[in-house]
Design a protein around this ligand. Structure first.
Ligand code: S3P
Length: 181
């Protein structure tokens, strides 16, 4: 499958990986729609992610996240930015609709926390005593799930434009042959 046969691109990875910024830039370059699962949930619930966690619990947020992502993946020519926990469930990346590629945007725990600063309303899981330790633990538990993505791009030290170009280059030149592991 080459980029011309791809109808959806799903960005996965840890908090602060740049899924939303890169997703927006990618959609613009492709002239596709951009959707963000967290934004769609916040809009539907008329509440921030942190409020949803606090009022209804993480379990309810995960249910909403699953439903919203499926809903947004029913369209074509869409770039979808998921929340960091979405792909960290077994089977998520294996059950994407045909014509969908997934891209793992990699970021280390320290950089993730640095980028997440000032956005506590969206990332209650990092709103703890030592966010770097939490990020390190969460990331090490999740990495094997993210690694199921079709391809991966390291985002550290790279601008949104660089990461976007890299994704287009990978998908354009190698198609899906870049599947890791
Ligand atoms: C989460 C990541 C957040 C948001 C929620 C939970 C996670 O999205 O969905 O706070 O479990 O990693 P971002 O990855 O966009 O920060």
């Amino acid at each position: 499958m080459s980029l011309s046969q791809v109808s959806r691109i799903v960005l996965v990875g840890f908090m602060g990986a740049g899924k939303t910024s890169v997703g927006r830039a990618l959609a613009e370059r492709l002239d596709w729609l951009f959707a963000d699962v967290d934004d769609a949930i916040e809009e539907e619930m008329d509440a921030s992610v942190a409020d949803i966690f606090e009022r209804f619990g993480e379990g309810r947020f995960r249910d909403l996240e699953e439903r919203k992502a499926m809903e947004l993946l029913s369209g074509d020519e869409v770039v979808l930015a998921t929340g960091g926990g979405w792909a960290a469930r077994p089977g998520r990346l294996e059950s994407l609709p045909a014509g969908t590629v997934s891209v793992w945007l990699e970021v280390g725990p320290r950089e993730a926390v640095r980028r997440a600063e000032g956005q506590a309303g969206k990332r209650p899981l990092l709103d703890v005593g030592d966010p770097i330790t939490t990020a390190r633990e969460l990331l090490s538990a999740r990495a094997r799930h993210y690694a199921r993505a079709t391809c991966r791009v390291d985002t550290e030290g790279r601008s949104v434009d660089d990461v976007t170009s890299r994704i287009l280059e990978i998908l354009g030149t190698h198609g899906l042959e870049t599947h890791p592991e």
